[in-house]
Design a protein around this ligand. Structure first.
Ligand SMILES: Cc1cc2nc3c(=O)[nH]c(=O)nc-3n(C[C@H](O)[C@H](O)[C@H](O)COP(=O)(O)OP(=O)(O)OC[C@H]3O[C@@H](n4cnc5c(N)ncnc54)[C@H](O)[C@@H]3O)c2cc1C
Length: 323
């Protein structure tokens, strides 16, 4: 393990998207001795397609907005250890010990008075046969990123929330034919098969000529070797297996918090880190912000505000810190 000149930092920020970069700007302006350790720059913000609800900017791509967050923090001289994924957090007295690895296997260890966890969320997988083998060969978890690759083809979006509906709507303008598979029946109780979907999106989907909704459809297998060729689902009423020819499968069945490395700090049943209104966890010196927390709405402006709250709370904590 590479032992860095393991000086004690005031703060380590984990993640470099809306929450992490906002926290970094505030920490820098208060002259904290800190570093941002992150897997990538931009996180889900960079994958958000066009963003039209970041106050002050009418229209910007998520990628560009994420770059602006990064540039803003860099303008204060913030140091980013990029490409490093946190694998472990430990606490020794009042000092936090953070271990991170990059994809080459290089390990770094940091010691810090406080931590802000701003590590966001990642898409849930279906668990269908062959899904793993066909990842990036037609199976995608980000329609905004990969949708344009399927121009004129047939695609299937799997899911029953807004993200799935938005995926199918986007694909309706790109692909020649789009299936959307929901496990729910088409009833009033299930909001027409999309219990967590907004009606405005459901109405739009239903009005699309090239979109076919498959209700009570449980995706079982994705078929293909070098690329996706078809999808097999179980009709949940008859239990018959049915096959549809598709070249792309968009999976939108929810997100999982990037909190597996968090050992100190209470998590809820979904794995979200529980924070109070000051972004404090129940582990002293550990703060959390943005989508990785139990904040009820996952949005860029909310994550950024959370990042600011976490930074200000961390500053209060650091000012009183004793070894
Ligand atoms: C398709 C899509 C469209 C969206 N559109 C909008 C929109 O129009 N408007 C809006 O307000 N919101 C939108 N959102 C939601 C928005 O993207 C999130 O609310 C926002 O990205 C949350 O920011 P965050 O900083 O909390 O986390 P993230 O953006 O998820 O960033 C997490 C950061 O942590 C890093 N990280 C993760 N795990 C580790 C680890 N173990 N070690 C080190 N670093 C780690 C990542 O590399 C990343 O830098 C959209 C989301 C999606 C998926």
């Amino acid at each position: 393990m590479e032992e860095q000149k393991n000086e004690l930092k005031d703060l380590i920020i984990i993640g470099a998207a809306a929450a992490g970069c906002a926290a970094a700007v505030y920490a820098a302006r208060r002259n904290l001795n800190f570093i941002v350790v992150t897997k990538d720059i931009g996180g889900e913000v960079a994958l958000s397609g066009q963003v039209n609800n970041w106050p002050g900017i009418l229209d910007i791509s998520g990628f560009e907005l994420a770059q602006k967050f990064y540039a803003h923090a860099k303008s204060y001289g913030v140091k980013f250890d990029e490409g490093f994924e946190i694998s472990e957090l430990k606490k020794k007295g009042a000092t936090h010990i953070i271990t991170a690895k990059n994809f080459l296997g290089e390990t770094r260890e940091y010691r810090s008075k406080a931590i802000i966890i701003a590590s966001g969320i990642h898409p849930r997988q279906l668990g269908a046969i062959n899904e793993e083998n066909l990842k990036n060969k037609g199976v995608t978890y980000c329609t905004v990123c990969d949708g344009p690759l399927f121009k004129g083809k047939t695609t299937a979006t799997v899911g029953a929330g807004n993200s799935a509906l938005e995926s199918a709507l986007m694909m309706a303008g790109i692909a020649s034919k789009v299936y959307i598979l929901t496990r729910y029946p088409n009833t009033r109780q299930t909001n027409s098969g999309f219990p967590r979907g907004e009606n405005i999106l459901i109405d739009k989907i239903k009005a699309m000529d090239n979109v076919e909704i498959l209700y009570e459809a449980d995706t079982k297998e994705i078929v293909g070797t070098d690329s996706v060729e078809s999808l097999i689902y179980e009709d949940m009423i008859t239990h018959a297996q049915k096959q549809i020819e598709v070249q792309g499968v968009m999976v939108h069945i929810g997100m999982i918090p990037n909190s597996q490395f968090v050992s100190c700090g209470k998590k809820n049943a979904l794995g979200e880190i529980e924070v109070n209104t000051k972004c404090e966890t129940d582990c002293s010196g550990v703060f959390a912000a943005g989508d990785v927390t139990n904040v009820p709405f996952k949005q860029i402006a909310i994550a950024a505000g959370h990042g600011v709250t976490a930074a200000l709370s961390a500053i209060e904590y650091i000012n009183k810190w004793e070894a």
